[in-house]
Design a protein. Sequence first.
Length: 193
Amino acid sequence: MSADAVRRQARDSAINALLPLVAEHGWTLHALRLAAGPDADLLFPGGSPELVEAYIDLCDREMERSAAPLLVGQKLSQRVRTLIATRLELAAPYKMAVRRAVAVMAAGGRAGLAARCTARTVDAIWRGAGDSSADFSWYTKRAILAGVYSSTLLFWLNEASDMEATLAFLDRRLAGVARLGKLRRRFAPPEAA
């Protein structure tokens, strides 16, 4: 196993140990040391933001792995929905940790990091769904899905929302995107022969 793989495994283990404490202690190095030992903070020299970034990366990988068997035979739009639903279901036991992660990313000076994390998550969703576009649509698909995913995540974090209501919200967002795509194709100028 490579040094990077060993480090990633150690970081994943530390984050999994920390998750049950985040609701009470937050994404802090103190909580990390309580959960994973006195030297665990050495795995995350960037502090709380790096902890949250590593957690988001772990969630991306777990989403892709867990959703993969469910995607067989689904259309692309359904695979996207399945990936997002899987991600939220996996995070459900740690909803407060996700809420606190959003707060860490929303803190001053972290907009760039938050945008990079969202971009990686959206890319993981498209990659997991089997999107192989390499043209301009690669960018537009990811930009549109970033809005869909972010709004769905915020809806899910709402205290009153349950998974059923969240998935209904996600379905409405995806249906709206599909309608826009159909409208755009309908009014697009014919291609020159």
